[in-house]
Design a binder for this molecule. Structure first.
Ligand code: GLP
Length: 242
């Protein structure tokens, strides 16, 4: 793991957007793995700004998102497909057929998981996977105790995740879907490069376990220690327990 500690969250996000932009510039037909969550919003805003001001071309880029809630359609404001459209896809020149988010409304979600995994393979695998970190150490929606070699699969979300994400559902845990489709930890580890971005003091303890603790299914993010090319961008607050 290569760790970079930035002075504040704004600088961390700026650097993350630069890494993504550099990837697209150096390989215009890149396959990007994308993430959602509050941390990513400003990163995508900066990337979209770069696309406009620096003529960054996404026309040959393909994307695969990490995860999606089961039961939420693309037009549901809390679905990750909707999030991506709002925060990135609608702001850059990417073609809709090149953007992939697991279909949380698929009749057979297990078949959708298998097909998603096949689509990633057919695209030639992921060049750069962007990742955030759940407060319980999850990456994508791979919750504590999920297998470290898993592929795209259906998960039941941990109570801690339902609580963490309730903010996006009017603070009503009843509204948060309890299941999701997620790339597996094994799928994530197969990306040629990984970029983990973590900000805020509330994640200081868990990121210390991800980086310095043992590799353990109790902390799914710790599997990134096994990745040969993983860059971790932190702000000073998140890095305070290292
Ligand atoms: C969700 C996503 C994760 C993301 C996490 C962190 O649970 N499934 O991929 O890393 O949120 O979100 P935030 O950046 O809002 O803390």
């Amino acid at each position: 793991m290569k760790i970079v500690i930035c002075s504040d969250a704004a600088q961390t996000r700026r650097l993350a957007a630069q890494v993504l932009a550099q990837q697209v510039r150096s390989k215009p037909n890149s396959v990007l793995g994308l993430a959602t969550g509050r941390t990513m919003e400003a990163i995508y805003a900066q990337l979209a700004e770069k696309a406009q001001n620096e003529a960054l071309d996404f026309s040959d880029v393909t994307t695969f998102n990490l995860d999606e809630y089961i039961g939420l359609a693309a037009n549901h404001p809390q679905s990750y497909r909707y999030y991506m459209q709002e925060h990135l896809f609608g702001l850059i020149n990417i073609s809709a057929e090149n953007t992939h988010v697991p279909d949380g409304t698929a009749e057979d979600v297990k078949a959708e998981a298998r097909s998603y995994e096949n689509r990633i393979a057919q695209a030639g695998g992921i060049d750069l996977q962007l990742l955030g970190l759940g407060e319980n150490g999850h990456i994508g929606f791979n919750e504590p105790l999920s297998a470290l070699n898993s592929r795209t699969h259906v998960v039941t979300l941990a109570q801690a995740t339902l609580r963490q994400n309730a903010g996006m559902f009017n603070n009503d845990m009843e509204q948060v879907p309890t299941r999701a489709l997620t790339m597996g930890t094994g799928t994530i580890l197969d990306a040629r490069e990984a970029l983990l971005v973590v900000t805020d003091a509330k994640k200081a303890e868990i990121i210390a376990r991800v980086i310095e603790g043992p590799v353990s299914a109790l902390v799914p993010g710790s599997a990134l220690q096994l990745h040969p090319h993983c860059l971790v961008l932190l702000d000073a607050a998140a890095a305070s327990r290292l």
